[in-house]
Design a protein around this ligand. Structure first.
Ligand code: NAD
Length: 310
């Protein structure tokens, strides 16, 4: 018996669960409230979850569970210690969205340089915002070739973003706790954090959220950056002290920002970034093209196959 606790099945035209159904009797729920988790798992052996927590109490109440698969990269929704004590393997899916998130970081970068959305909306509202119209100058265009992209966290997504940035003619300076010399080229080198801050025209965050990285974009570090720098965050909201970024955006020290993640999601009405100038905020969707979600499903099925085959 296989139970998917939150398959978001109500999404129209979306992915098929047929491959998973080949492994047994499959039940897919759209979402599951905490109080319904135990009843829905019942005597199932295999449980899939995306955001629904599986606690120690749940595992006590559902002794038949033999395999847990998280349909996401982060597995903090599972009490991993409790699973380990019971010999239940927990699998996650770390790589499915690398290209999607890299592409999204660059989409935010390009939007800050071209303002396609604003110009298109203006034209549809009857304005022709070319350079003869003063509103054009509210959204000046920027050429990227020759500019420097600072990347904090040069792992899978950071490297993907860096590759596209280089294809656009940018130089990349990267900061990472772990350096891979083979990534250094004529247009890509590792630097220390302060050098990254002082050299970059754009800074993109791709490090995980750890104690050392929380609040890495703060007042003191912003002061080390170039005037007019632009900041992109597709990693985790708490990497940025949002009050400090708001002040820097409103003063013009930071001339633009694009963030797909915020400190508390969904965003709260009193989030300071909602009071900032020149910022694009998207609702944590970088990972979500159909192609990457399909890859997530395929890997989830592969993980179950690996388990079933011992
Ligand atoms: P990854 O593990 O491949 O890369 C992370 C890199 O950060 C590694 O190279 C690591 O050495 C480096 N790092 C670790 N600690 C550091 C520190 N203190 N300072 C600087 N660098 C440090 O991970 P990834 O697949 O590239 O994902 C990066 C982040 O993207 C994830 O942590 C996640 O938060 C985020 N993400 C967001 C979305 C989205 O939809 N917006 C989707 C997937 C992942």
């Amino acid at each position: 018996k296989i139970v998917v606790l939150d398959g978001y099945t109500e999404n129209p035209g979306d992915l098929s669960w047929d491959e998973l159904a080949k492994f047994g009797e499959l039940t897919v729920y759209d979402r599951t409230k905490a109080e319904d988790v135990v009843a829905r798992i019942g005597d199932a052996e295999v449980v899939y979850t995306n955001k629904t927590p599986i606690t120690r109490e749940t595992l006590d109440a559902c002794p038949n569970v033999k395999f847990i698969s998280v349909l996401a990269t982060g597995y903090n929704v599972i009490d991993v210690d409790a699973a380990r004590e019971r010999g239940i393997p927990v699998t996650n899916i770390p790589t499915y969205g690398t290209d999607a998130v890299s592409q999204f970081a660059i989409a935010l970068l390009l939007e800050m340089c071209h303002h396609v959305g604003e110009h298109s909306e203006a034209v549809k509202n009857g304005e022709w915002t070319n350079n003869e119209d003063w509103t054009f100058w509210k959204h000046p265009l920027i050429e990227l070739a020759g500019k420097t992209m600072g990347i904090i966290g040069f792992g899978r997504i950071g490297q993907g973003t860096g590759r596209i940035a280089q294809a656009l003619g940018m130089k990349v300076v990267a900061y990472d706790a772990y350096k891979r010399p083979e990534l250094v080229t004529d247009t890509c080198r590792y630097v220390e954090l302060d050098e990254l801050f002082s050299e970059s025209d754009f800074i993109s965050l791709h490090c995980p959220l750890f104690k050392e990285t929380e609040g890495i974009i703060n007042k003191d570090n912003i002061a080390k950056m170039k005037d007019g720098v632009k900041i992109i965050n597709t990693s985790r909201g708490p990497l940025i002290v949002e009050e400090d970024l708001k002040d820097a955006l409103n003063s013009g020290k930071v001339s633009g920002a694009g963030v797909d993640v915020v400190s508390t999601e969904p965003i709260k009405a009193d989030n300071p970034l909602l009071q900032a100038k020149n910022i694009y905020i998207t609702p944590h969707i970088a990972w979500a093209p159909k192609e990457s979600r399909q890859r997530l499903m395929d890997i989830a099925v592969d993980n179950l196959r690996a388990y079933a085959e011992g």
